[in-house]
Design a protein around this ligand. Structure first.
Ligand SMILES: NC(=O)c1ccc[n+]([C@@H]2O[C@H](COP(=O)([O-])OP(=O)(O)OC[C@H]3O[C@@H](n4cnc5c(N)ncnc54)[C@H](OP(=O)(O)O)[C@@H]3O)[C@@H](O)[C@H]2O)c1
Length: 286
């Protein structure tokens, strides 16, 4: 029987590319999205290439939709092999100027969504004594960046959550845990973040405005100077996710580009894939 995978956030970007790539590489794919009206492009691909992709509604902030999707998969296949937490959303604003609703939203989508989806699949993977959970975090899950502290905080939280889980579900339950850590990816991400974050066209006002402008100018300059080094495509990230899903002994963490590796080097050089850390924590506690 083929391995199956539940992927969150497959309407665009990395999730969309991953659904297609995994299906072309012998996975039965449950491609989920919060709004199935956005599935037109994926449906066309499924028909054109006759792909083993099944669409399901799932909003990572709504636990009832997660439960329904997982129940459907278990009813169809009696198992769930891979959970791939891809859904996420950017947010750039000063903490001082973010509303309570925005703070809750950025945390729900980027962190609690991962927790809820993971919680829903764990009982099945534990019973199966096999499974894999892959979460896309970011270089922002390792290195805090200006005006991104709320997004980075949520991604750091995912890193901590995954790390803690990895210490006791890999052995004895044979559930592998991996964080994918990309740098920039050329997807809808920035446009969506800008739509979501700006208030009357402004990210940051008052005394923060000139610092924010400096930050944006730096970003634009870096993008112009080295687009190919900084940004990778959604398909390139999807390929790293596929490699991890096909690896019998996957790493706890992996950067998805050389730029991401270099950018996070101060945090990762001692133990790039997390193997030493997991051994040390297990030796201390278990
Ligand atoms: N792009 C980058 O520069 C970058 C860098 C590092 C890490 N990442 C991470 O990479 C992952 C993929 O992002 P991407 O670049 O492919 O961006 P993207 O094109 O904006 O895709 C994000 C996906 O997440 C979905 N999503 C948002 N809120 C959701 C919710 N409540 N429930 C379910 N799905 C939801 C979106 O669905 P809708 O279409 O319905 O909004 C979309 O399908 C994210 O975790 C992101 O944080 C991105």
């Amino acid at each position: 029987m083929k391995r199956n995978v539940l992927i969150t956030g497959t309407s665009t970007g990395v999730g969309f590319e991953s659904a297609i790539l995994f299906a072309k590489n012998n996975f039965k794919v449950y491609a989920t999205m919060r709004n199935l009206d956005k599935a037109k492009k994926l449906k066309e691909q499924i028909e054109n290439d006759n792909l083993d992709i099944h669409l399901l509604p799932l909003d990572v902030t709504k636990t009832e939709t997660i439960k329904a999707a997982v129940d459907t998969i278990i009813k169809n296949d009696g198992k769930i092999d891979v959970l791939y937490n891809n859904a996420g959303a950017g947010f750039a604003k000063t903490t001082e100027q973010a509303s309570e609703a925005e703070i809750k939203w950025v945390t729900d989508v980027n962190y609690l969504g991962v927790v809820y989806c993971t919680q829903a699949v764990l009982p099945h993977m534990r019973k199966q004594k096999s499974g894999q959970i892959i979460s896309i975090t970011s270089v922002g899950g390792l290195v805090g960046q200006p005006f991104n502290e709320l997004y980075c905080g949520a991604k750091f939280a995912v890193e901590g959550f995954m790390e803690g889980l990895a210490t006791y579900v890999s052995d004895p339950f044979n559930i592998n845990i991996t964080c994918l850590e990309p740098g920039g990816i050329s997807t809808e991400f920035m446009t969506s973040a800008i739509d979501k974050t700006t208030t009357e066209g402004q990210f940051a006002t008052g005394e923060y405005a000139p610092i924010f402008e400096q930050y944006m100018a730096g970003n634009q300059q870096r993008a112009k100077e080295s687009t190919t080094q900084v940004y990778q495509t959604g398909l390139e990230v999807a390929q790293v996710a596929l490699d991890v899903a096909q690896n019998e002994n996957p790493p706890l963490r992996i950067r998805t580009s050389q730029w991401a590796e270099d950018f996070t080097n101060l945090k990762t050089k001692v133990d790039p894939d997390g193997t030493k850390l997991i051994s040390q924590v297990r030796a201390s506690f278990l």
